[in-house]
Ligand binder design. Structure first.
Ligand SMILES: [Fe+2]
Ligand SMILES: [Fe+2]
Length: 224
């Protein structure tokens, strides 16, 4: 099945778009991890320290995304659309399976080089590819009508959201981002240029070189 568009049929962004930007970034970074681990396996030891560092952010963000879904998105959708219950049970079980893989990843990525890290990454990517596709098919349609970004309590939270948007905006088509950024509060929007520059620097440290895309779905253009 084809992945959904990030914008809706009328070209509008919504909370569905926000969720799918995060999915795009997980798929994008999963592929980058696999490539970097392959380079390490072929003898490029210079990638070990930056990759171990990047793993900490990746696993924290993935776990944080699951917590947000389990505690807020899923209960709300289940409540309003009880027919999604079985799917949500499957998705919740997937989150637990991914937690176990993240713990294996913590050990493997802190002891590079080894074969276990690439194995964990392959299992994790296989699982989250099917998981994300199910979420996009069954849950995302119910988020299309939510077009109000929730209030942000303080400056620390604004900075955290700006860093999060910098991370998940990379590789997304410009016009899609314009619609997304128009939705976010000004305190976050104003911090985006600096946050995006800082994220580009982080990518150079983590990946060396990396491919830029202009994706319009939650599947990166170069992986579709
Ligand atoms: Fe999920
Ligand atoms: Fe998700």
């Amino acid at each position: 099945m084809n992945p959904p568009n990030l914008l809706d049929d009328q070209g509008r962004a919504s909370m569905a778009t926000m969720l799918m930007l995060v999915h795009h970034a997980f798929r994008r970074d999963g592929a980058r991890f696999s490539k970097a681990l392959d380079e390490i396996a072929h003898g490029d030891r210079s990638r070990i320290a930056p990759l171990a560092e990047e793993w900490k952010s990746f696993r924290m963000t993935l776990h944080g995304h699951h917590t947000q879904e389990d505690s807020s998105v899923f209960p709300d959708v289940r409540n309003k659309h009880p027919e999604t219950s079985k799917t949500i049970d499957t998705l919740t079980a997937d989150h637990h399976r991914m937690d176990a893989l993240l713990e294996r990843g913590d050990r493997a990525l802190s002891e590079l080089p080894n074969d276990e890290a690439a194995r964990v990454m392959t299992e994790l990517r296989d699982l989250f590819n099917s998981h994300l596709a199910l979420e996009e098919a069954e849950i995302v349609p119910f988020l299309r009508e939510s077009r109000e970004f929730p209030p942000i309590p303080d400056e620390n939270a604004e900075k955290m959201f700006a860093d999060g948007f910098a991370w998940c905006a990379q590789g997304i088509a410009r016009d899609v981002l314009d619609k997304v950024f128009a939705m976010v509060p000004p305190g976050v929007r104003d911090r985006l240029p600096a946050a995006r520059d800082a994220f580009t620097q982080r990518c150079r440290r983590a990946w060396g070189t990396f491919e830029e895309t202009a994706s319009r779905t939650p599947v990166p253009e170069n992986l579709a």
